[in-house]
Design a protein around this ligand. Sequence first.
Ligand code: CA
Ligand code: CA
Length: 516
Amino acid sequence: MKVEFLVGIIIGLILLTLPTFASDSLNSSDSINASDSLYPSVSSNVSNSANVSNSANASNSANASNSANASNSANASNSANASNSANASNSANASNSANASNSANASNSANASNSANASNFVNLSDSEAASNVTFSILGNANGDETIDMKDVEYAESIILGSKNQTQFADATCDNSINILDVTKIELINLGKAKDLTLVDGVGRQVNVTLPVKRIIPTDYRTTESLLALGTGDMIVGVDKAFHERMAEFGLLDLPEVGMHSQSVNYEMILTLKPDIVILPLWQAEDADSIAKNLPNTSVIVMGLASQKTINSDLITAGFVLGKEKEANELISWMQGYENLVNERIRGLKSDSMPTFYYEYMSGGEEKWQAITPNDPSAGQVAEGTGGSNIATGLAGTSIEVDPEWIIEKNPDFMFADLMKGFDSGPGKTEEDMKVLLTKVLSNRPGFDKVNAVKNHRVYLIDRDIIGGPRWVIGHIYFAKCMHPELFKDINPEEINKEYLKKFHNIEVPGTWTYPE
Ligand SMILES: [Ca+2]
Ligand SMILES: [Ca+2]
């Protein structure tokens, strides 16, 4: 425990001294993104609920000691979530090291060492790095979104001393930039490299033998993203949750190698001889031990399920899998709708925006869990949609709150997350959703006084359109519900159909949002 604490302090110091990379490392908060995990820790939520309610109250207070209590209770909640899907001690250490709400989820050693390494390199200027998408394959010397002849030239300039070394310039991964890197970059560019090294979603350097032919994603939303790139014939195994929740995408005859990235069946994976195994961010803590059990397989952590990381990891995955064009198409599709929302809500004044309560797992037994903007997946999907989340400022990604607190906050809108996933989406009708809405709102004494309920502004949103490439559909739905006058011509259900047809060539009857 002591050692872990010290590691936490050291990581904290590194993060604190590297503000740029500290914020990058927030991407890895997906690693314990409870709202993406199937089975939130029920017992810990219960035991922490009193504290968490305090934190909600504290957020209204200027009293310093109350604020401190609030962040402590939030830490407890984060640790609990972490132990569910990842490693609790690291999460707790991170909470100690810096800002609780931001860094609590962020820490892992791979990330920290990446930050440390990266500090030796220059940051590319905006003109040199095309966008905020990070194409993290060694050989991408100029830091843009691909590897091509410009990287060859850039590496030569580094050798000649006219450019500084950059983060991904060392194509041969030997801590030196020389003519071998230039050669390697040329080979990668020509499609003749026998291998390449990528920096995965949590900063691990992973060598991949080319060409990649057989892949196993251990998480169902990652699988959806990969399928959208046209990799259906490369996937040789899936997780059980994929069969249970995403039967509409096919692959029904493939073996199951785990359950939602847990209980990995190593024997099965070894039998399937994958070139790469792709883990979701929240499985990052286990990546190295999983890799040890899978010799001759590249184990890569990627954020293909989360809004915050999907673009960068799609472009990296697209390159490794020979699906660059497909990755670019998918990213353009998402960005098109993201821009549309931005453009239409641009004129709204922040102080006149409606408030909303976004509830986690509304369809399940547990209620009163507020999704906060810290959640890099669902919480972020709801940001930038012309509303103000009442859970803004609360620590943690999702946090149990007191019903009284919600009533007092009196949100104008309520969005109910249907994590269970079986009551909405494929095969469901509007009538089914109407019944579900009644169920979601039952057993909530005093809730009829809340503006959202009083004015019939409670909306159901299926998780299919929150994670993976479809996050942008959920994003639009939030914006349209709160500002229907700005999105009269936009129909999220139609966009879902468009996505399924365009990127998966399937038609799936069902209802993902209610009411429209
Ligand atoms: Ca490049
Ligand atoms: Ca080198």
